[in-house]
Design a binder for this molecule. Structure first.
Ligand code: ATP
Ligand code: PLP
Ligand code: MG
Ligand code: MG
Length: 299
């Protein structure tokens, strides 16, 4: 399977906007991957709007779609599995089953797991997902991209210092996960998002990211975009530092364009959800050719 670049991407689909598969597919394609998107939900828009409508896939529907791929002997074609937002524990269990079967077809499959559960101290998925991620799914992953809060949920320990970050990283490494990336944390200076990366027998890295936009402005889909870019860049380059820097470089360019093109420069309280949608398509060139400005520190 050398040279194969095909991702099975199990994430949400939104009709309008850019989260989940809608934000992951375009960058992966631009970076040379065939993408097979399998949608865990089909919503009108992301959940941060006033309302959202649409169906949630069941584990039975997932198993049924997968059966089609399996019967046509397509499983060996995947170099990567990428998973993101999944809102139901039975669906997540079924993902574990799917992963085992793809690994039989291709033992070299790389599994990138973004264990989406919550942010800033609160969970936005049912709490029953936590033990399934912790005990069944995470141990099967090669690369994980939790945020600070998700690390605390998984390890069962607070992460309030840099020492605690590296301890938490080792919790993952003990479970044989090669690469752990915490794409943002509040452990930097004020106004700085600090990201961390740790690899078994590899470097420990941090990147300080100046927060863009007003203090209260936030973006949706940036975590999903991070995971897809990191998958692509870590595959392209054996150098994990370069992959980390390029991923952050593209994110910064996308966010800069998004902030600049907001219809009205206003205080964040009145910025509408649709005005915060990432300017992904417009950032084609920065996805293809990231310009690294923020460099990783080796710790
Ligand atoms: P998720 O919320 O998806 O579970 P996360 O909390 O780590 O994961 P974000 O906080 O959105 O995700 O961060 C992902 C990346 O997005 C960061 O590494 C950073 O590059 C970028 N990012 C997000 N918000 C900002 C911001 N306000 N200014 C600059 N960069 C940002
Ligand atoms: N998928 C759906 C349907 C969502 O509503 C969201 C966030 O609201 C996400 C995925 C994840 O977005 P992010 O990458 O910011 O964590
Ligand atoms: Mg976040
Ligand atoms: Mg996320």
């Amino acid at each position: 399977t050398t040279g194969v670049k095909r991702v099975l991407s199990i994430q949400s689909h939104v009709v309008h906007g850019y989260v989940g598969n809608k934000v992951a597919t375009f960058p992966l394609q631009l970076l040379g991957f065939d993408v097979d998107p399998l949608n865990s939900v089909q919503f009108s828009n992301h959940t941060g709007y006033n309302c959202f409508k649409g169906p949630i896939s069941t584990e039975k529907e997932l198993a049924n779609i997968f059966e089609g791929l399996e019967e046509n002997k397509l499983l060996g074609h995947y170099s990567h599995l990428l998973t993101g937002y999944i809102g139901n524990p039975l669906f997540l269990r079924q993902v574990g089953e799917i992963l085992r079967r793809i690994r039989i077809a291709n033992p070299d499959l790389i599994y990138v797991c973004d264990p989406v559960m919550g942010d800033n101290g609160s969970m936005y998925v049912p709490k029953e997902l936590l033990p399934v991620y912790r005990d069944e799914i995470i141990p099967l992953a090669d690369i994980v991209t939790p945020n600070q809060y998700e690390v605390e949920l998984l390890t069962g320990k607070e992460v309030r210092s840099e020492a605690a970050v590296w301890e938490a990283m080792d919790w993952f490494h003990e479970r044989k996960i090669k690469t752990v990336v915490i794409s943002s944390s509040d452990l930097g200076q004020p106004g700085i998002l600090r990201a961390f990366l740790s690899q078994i027998n590899g470097p420990r890295l941090a990147i300080d990211i100046p927060k863009q936009g007003d203090k209260d402005l936030f973006f949706t889909g940036t975590g999903d975009l991070f995971a897809s870019l990191f998958l692509a860049h870590s595959h392209a380059s054996g150098d994990v530092t370069e992959a980390f820097e390029k991923t952050i470089a593209t994110l910064q360019a996308v966010i800069r364009r998004t902030v600049e093109q907001m219809p009205r420069q206003r205080s964040s309280g009145s910025v509408q959800a649709w005005e915060r949608e990432l300017k992904l398509i417009q950032s084609k060139s920065e996805i293809e050719h990231p310009k690294v400005v923020l460099k990783a520190q080796r710790l």
